[in-house]
Design a protein around this ligand. Structure first.
Ligand code: B12
Ligand code: SF4
Length: 518
């Protein structure tokens, strides 16, 4: 059969759809004669989703539909699609004032409705899209993948049309095998109604793949709305420089979605890809790696890439990424600043070395501080976001005081106005160590639904267990009351006022007893 492939990126905030871009580029390099088209519902107003999808299918008449679903979870400490989910949840769970509790309940209802509405809408788009395509080609098939599917692939089997192929992680090899009519059952996938996802399938290692520069001339020829992302100057266009993360952080699923084996994309190819975007006017890049510098042994690769970007003459660019700040050297810091890194997230989760160890994060907080000093010396003068997730495991008043001390030290290094504490609470995800911990401690029972947003489940998934749960609930409510526009800094101040600040040395050293226990 002459395949015609339609890539449908399901509705999403306008984040560049790098997943379908890479997939279609890969398939084109292998099968240049196959006709392909990208259709991004992220650029379409919600009322037009169905009609625009139908129009596209009627015109293109695809034989294979590739649905890419990016995100499902909405726990974020910022205004989201249906309001601020964290604030609503905390008002509902922890407020003493019945009116605030009611406001939280109503807000939560709005968020919940928006959440389920989006789930059903996306499932409907897949179902209706497939039915429409079968009007023209009765054998048309659907494959579903992307970040959201990788996390919730087990739950989605009940909700997708029979025969749909559900894929976990990167999809290049699966699509290649599908198009070659080869057996694809060894890929991380299953077929709804025909096969079951294998036990711990997400933990299987993806097949390594040598990545070459994406051909953006080709992408522009199959994607009529490509320009949408080129017009505004504030889009950060995704470029992947590697896949995989070797760490084991207890709450993180990236390390299994992408696998523990780090696979570096050749620096020359990454620069070639950036150059094509640069020539189209793009100046902001997001290196979409799980971690840009996953471990010390990848420092030379990061240096090679940044040096090549600098040598290429693309000197007016900016970039951002997730960065483990324990893996920096003065040379790397210098290159980061010279190549325009202008946003930086330090994902330490806690300022207490003891807790960082318990969460299996492998960070040395003392090294992070030293590297931040090097970054400042190299001339970094932009915004630093420090991610703190309180109350993950064994938080105490002492460890909170240590986190305050650590944060104040970061402020001394970068300047208080430049360090933004981003206060998260972990949204528990399947296939993580934290999920196992929740089973072992009877917080969750195997078979729970990680996609449920019903208040009794959501309270456990939005990880903030007692005995400190109510304390953090009250602190956050006070911060939203007092200074909603600077929530993170206000939380830190309230914690310091209530509990004080530990000596920095205490934050940086994990007691020997703890080490033995770990
Ligand atoms: C980088 C990143 C970001 C960056 C994006 C920057 C940018 N400009 O692109 C930032 C920090 C902005 C971000 C934000 C958010 N993110 Co994010 N992000 C990621 C991350 C680390 C990588 C995504 C990526 O681009 N990868 C590279 C590309 C090439 O891969 P890809 O798109 O996944 O596509 C590949 C595969 O998925 C697959 N594939 C894709 N589609 C299809 C379809 C088919 C049919 C097949 C077979 C395969 C397939 O093949 C592709 C090529 O290999 C992932 C985690 C991860 N490691 O995957 C989370 C992730 C995608 N993010 C997630 C979320 C939730 C968010 C937020 C909504 C968080 C929040 N609550 O605010 C926000 C969204 C913000 C917004 N404005 O809406 C979730 C989504 C799943 C979920 N839990 O619902 C993920 C999976 C993280 C997680 N642990 O859950 N994110
Ligand atoms: S370093 Fe980052 S990506 Fe890697 S496991 Fe830890 S949190 Fe996940």
């Amino acid at each position: 059969m002459n395949e015609k492939i339609l890539y449908v990126r399901l509705p999403c905030n306008p984040i560049f759809p790098i997943g379908v871009v890479y997939l279609s580029d890969h398939i084109h390099k292998l099968f240049p004669d196959i006709e392909q088209k990208i259709f991004d519902l992220g650029t379409i107003p919600p009322l037009d989703f169905n009609s625009a999808l139908y129009r596209c299918i009627d015109e293109f008449q695809p034989t294979l539909l590739i649905f890419s679903w990016r995100d499902i979870q909405i726990y974020a400490p910022v205004g989201g699609r249906g309001g601020n989910p964290l604030q609503n949840a905390f008002e509902f769970y922890y407020a003493r004032n019945p009116l605030i509790k009611l406001r939280g309940a109503l807000g939560g209802l709005k968020v919940t409705t928006a959440y389920y509405g989006e789930l059903w809408r996306n499932q409907g788009l897949i179902r209706r899209g497939l039915t429409r395509a079968r009007k023209y080609c009765p054998q048309a098939r659907a494959v579903v993948g992307g970040g959201a599917v990788s996390v919730f692939y087990e739950q989605l089997q009940k909700q997708l049309p029979k025969g749909t192929i559900v894929s976990v992680g990167e999809g290049e090899q699966l699509l290649e095998k599908l198009l070659r009519c080869q057996d694809f059952s060894d890929e991380r996938c299953y077929v709804v109604g025909e096969t079951q996802p294998r036990d711990r399938m997400i933990h299987e290692q993806p097949t390594p793949l040598e990545k070459t520069a994406c051909n953006y001339d080709y992408i522009a020829s199959i994607w009529s709305d490509f320009d949408y992302y080129l017009q505004e100057n504030d889009f950060y266009i995704g470029v992947q420089t590697k896949r995989g993360c070797p760490h084991n952080c207890c709450y993180c699923v990236y390390t299994v979605v992408e696998g523990k084996q780090v696979r570096i994309n050749p620096a020359d190819e990454v620069v070639k890809e950036m150059r094509q975007l640069y020539n189209r006017g793009i100046r902001n890049f997001w290196f979409t790696d799980a971690q840009f510098i996953p471990a010390k042994r990848f420092i030379p690769d990061a240096i090679e890439l940044l040096q090549k970007i600098l040598d290429s003459g693309m000197t007016d660019t900016h970039w951002a990424s997730y960065i483990r700040a324990d893996n920096l050297t003065p040379e790397l810091c210098d290159l980061m600043v010279k190549t325009g890194m202008n946003y930086f997230e330090i994902g330490i989760t806690s300022g207490s070395q003891e807790l960082v160890r318990k969460m299996r994060m492998g960070y040395n907080l003392r090294t992070v501080l030293q590297n931040c000093r090097d970054l400042k010396t190299a001339g970094f003068n932009d915004l630093v976001s420090v991610n703190y997730s309180f109350n993950v495991i064994d938080e105490t008043y002492d460890t909170i005081r240590q986190t305050v001390a650590y944060h104040r030290e970061l402020e001394r290094i970068f300047g208080a106005d430049k360090v933004e504490p981003a206060i998260f609470f972990i949204g528990l995800q399947p296939h993580t160590h934290l999920e196992e911990y929740a089973f072992e401690n009877n917080i969750l029972k195997p078979g729970y639904d990680p996609m449920s947003l019903m208040p009794w489940t959501a309270k456990k998934l939005l990880w903030n267990p007692e005995p400190l749960g109510s304390f953090f609930g009250e602190v956050c409510l006070q911060a939203w009351r007092q200074n909603p526009n600077d929530f993170g800094r206000e939380v830190m101040q309230i914690l310091e006022d209530k509990l004080g600040c530990a000596p920095l040395e205490e934050a940086l050293s994990a007691p020997i007893k703890q080490l033995v226990e770990v």
